[in-house]
Design a protein around this ligand. Structure first.
Ligand SMILES: [Zn+2]
Length: 560
């Protein structure tokens, strides 16, 4: 006869076995749950000409975001913003008049004109149709004020910068033999990013900024700067009460044009560049005036983040969320290429990421609630990433679940379409405890997690996980490595080798039938496994106390 205590222990064992099974189930390979055909179908659809390169505010963008919401609904994912799958992000688009000229004049000498597109590009930071600037040019080196590195280019009184046009170099000051770890050594810090340069100059009350472009320091050619700044540029719309500082214009100039402008002032760019690399650099009042009469088309629009939610299984922990994010936007229809093609399809960047996150949603939604990971899952497809991480920035300021209840963000931007790999890169993960769950999931699959091989490019600051980090949420930009198994050949090898030079932000970033959907599934499956471990780990993930985002982490958790 089976005694009650016997029954009790049997029941406990059964429950425990089921739990193990589900947990084991989760740490087991879930590849078979994914549909490679569905993955291919989605990446093809999202990057199709029908969606017109998904420029925010365009008809194609409307079709794309509705498609994503429909796919979430069909998968059984519930709306993430009340009863809506959409979180509207108020944007302002500015498009500079390409006939604009930059005029530089030194008193008593003939002025010189610089042509938009060829010599410089600029867009309004004032979100207004007219931005007229006529001010002295001040060369401020790298334009950085970094107490943690005891470095400040903004020496002297604030008046030296207020209302002026500031010319500065991009990237970080170079490390030296005596200071090999200056500004993170080879790795780019946020101080080296063009976004920081504009933000810091605005804080100084400057009227405008001219960043000096070199392919080496920017990490991409003038064609990329020209494309992304010569067309519509968006920003989060300023609300009437918004007192945050802004620039009349944000600009770039070629190295040649920058050099010519400084020659007008009797200065030499290369000499200034050498001085700027020293901590004792002194900003230079050039004595020349920059006049920019910038007329811009303005448009105001709402462009949605698409958001879905799947509830977790644990009564308590399901109030906490793991976020999967991928931006749906790209450059839309822009400057035509030599062959006349003007649709920037953004297939690798980032139709692939959207398809991968939809695949993850499919798999999780098919699991019965009681067997799901403990924490809930939020799927966030952001707008405006190409315009400066705008959708993610807006979400981080207007989160749909409390930041204190947001365990982590796993961001996918450029999912592997080339061929399976044995290594992945978890950008930013080593800044927090989430690295543990990532390594665990990778080890189970005999995959390696490599370091950032392009730390000099500052990729950590260049996708949607970064706004999450800025508000203290541990986040990772999860990306495939380059140890392809077997090695790539043919079109895949060419596309991968030439991506930055010939495909990145160009009309050529298009879907091809040779794309390997099983490689996409490999990456999506690993990202899912990581997210599940983050959804089940007992303690909420935290930034390491030594990291620059630890203070924001403490702040979101009320100082804990
Ligand atoms: Zn991208």
């Amino acid at each position: 006869m089976i005694t009650t205590s016997r029954i009790k222990s049997l029941v406990t064992f059964a429950v425990y076995a089921a739990l193990l099974l589900t947990q084991a189930g989760f740490s087991q390979d879930l590849t078979s749950k994914f549909s490679a055909d569905k993955m291919r179908e989605r990446v093809k659809k999202i990057s199709s000409d029908e969606f017109e390169g998904r420029g925010p505010g365009s008809k194609g963008a409307g079709l794309a975001t509705q498609y994503i919401a429909d796919q979430l609904k069909a998968a059984g994912v519930t709306p993430g913003n009340g009863s809506s799958y959409f979180q509207n992000v108020p944007l302002v688009g500015v498009k500079a008049d390409p006939m604009s000229y930059l005029r530089v004049e030194r008193s008593g000498q003939p002025g010189k004109l610089y042509k938009f597109g060829d010599d410089f590009v600029a867009f309004s930071g004032a979100q207004s149709a007219k931005s007229d600037v006529n001010a002295e040019l001040v060369f401020v080196g790298y334009g950085i004020d970094a107490p943690m590195y005891n470095w400040n280019d903004y020496k002297g009184p604030a008046e030296d910068y207020k209302g002026k046009v500031l010319m500065m170099l991009v990237n970080d000051p170079p490390a030296t033999s005596s200071e090999p770890n200056l500004f993170g050594g080879k790795a780019l810090t946020y101080y080296g990013r063009w976004t920081y340069k504009f933000e810091e100059a605005a804080r100084r009350g400057a009227a405008g900024v001219i960043l000096v472009h070199t392919t080496e320091s920017a990490g991409y050619g003038w064609n990329v700067v020209r494309t992304s700044n010569g067309s519509w540029r968006y920003d989060i719309a300023r609300t009437p009460g918004d007192k945050s500082p802004f620039l009349q214009f944000k600009g770039w100039a070629t190295n040649e044009a920058s050099s010519a402008i400084l020659v007008q002032a009797g200065l030499n760019l290369d000499e200034l560049r050498a001085k700027a690399a020293r901590r004792d650099f002194q900003p230079v009042k050039t004595g020349v005036n920059v006049m920019l009469d910038l007329s811009s088309e303005i448009k105001r629009l709402n462009s949605p983040n698409v958001v879905g939610v799947l509830k977790g299984s644990d009564p308590k922990m399901s109030s906490e969320f793991v976020v999967y994010s991928a931006h749906w936007d790209h450059f839309g229809i822009g400057e035509p290429a030599a062959n006349g093609d003007k649709i920037y399809n953004g297939a690798y960047d980032n139709a692939s990421g959207v398809a991968a996150v939809l695949g993850i949603a499919d798999v999780l939604a098919k699991i019965a609630l009681k067997d799901r990971p403990k924490r809930s899952t939020l799927f966030l497809f952001t707008t405006g990433e190409e315009q400066g991480l705008l959708g993610a920035e807006y979400y981080s300021r207007h989160p749909l679940v409390p930041l204190a209840k947001t365990a982590a963000d796993v961001n996918l931007d450029g999912v592997n379409i080339f061929g399976k790999v044995s290594d992945f890169v978890a950008l930013g993960a080593d800044r927090s405890s989430i690295i543990d769950q990532i390594l665990e999931a990778a080890n189970e699959r005999h995959l390696t997690i490599g370091g950032d091989k392009n730390s000099d490019k500052g990729f950590f600051y260049r996708s949607d996980h970064f706004p999450f980090a800025k508000v203290g949420v541990p986040s990772v930009n999860f990306q495939h490595g380059d140890t392809f198994t077997p090695p790539l050949k043919g079109d895949a090898a060419t596309f991968f080798r030439d991506y930055t030079a010939k495909y990145y932000h160009q009309v050529t970033d298009e879907y091809h039938d040779w794309w390997d959907a099983s490689a996409m599934v490999q990456e999506a499956e690993l990202a899912l496994a990581i997210g599940v471990k983050l959804a089940n780990v007992k303690e909420m993930p935290r930034f390491k106390s030594t990291d620059e985002f630890y203070s924001a982490d403490k702040k979101r958790l009320g100082g804990r």
